[in-house]
Write a protein that binds this ligand. Structure first.
Ligand code: SF4
Ligand code: SF4
Length: 112
């Protein structure tokens, strides 16, 4: 089991989650973050830090976001590690209130 980043994170990147992770298991895409399930130690520190409530223990992930288990595992292999907090994306506050934004998920890695 691991923690999973789900849809509310798309287009936000507040990255408060990254600041508290003790094992650097967040990976960064253009407009989304994922958690490497092989690295996450289920410490539980990141969910309370996320302003959009996007992070769940796998067993508590809402059914409607089940596909994010695979999305986290897949992109953790393709995207670079992010190990320090950064500025949120422009428009993050508006994006945080949006529903049904899966189609906006950019599959590309954050350009390093
Ligand atoms: S704090 Fe939440 S919304 Fe922000 S990058 Fe982390 S998971 Fe995504
Ligand atoms: S649960 Fe802990 S180890 Fe897993 S991503 Fe969150 S802060 Fe990192």
């Amino acid at each position: 089991m691991a923690h999973i980043v789900a849809e509310p994170c798309i287009n936000c990147k507040y990255t408060d989650c990254v600041a508290v992770c003790p094992v650097d298991c967040f990976h960064e895409g253009v407009n989304f973050l994922v958690i490497d399930p092989e690295t996450c130690i289920d410490c539980g520190l990141c969910p309370p830090e996320c302003p959009t409530s996007a992070i769940f223990p796998e067993e508590d992930l809402p059914d409607k976001w089940h596909e994010y288990i695979e999305i986290n595992a897949k992109y953790a292999c393709d995207w670079p590690v992010i190990d320090s907090q950064k500025e949120p994306m422009p428009g993050a506050d508006e994006a945080a209130k949006e529903d049904d934004k899966k189609e906006q998920l950019d599959p590309d890695p954050f350009p390093g």
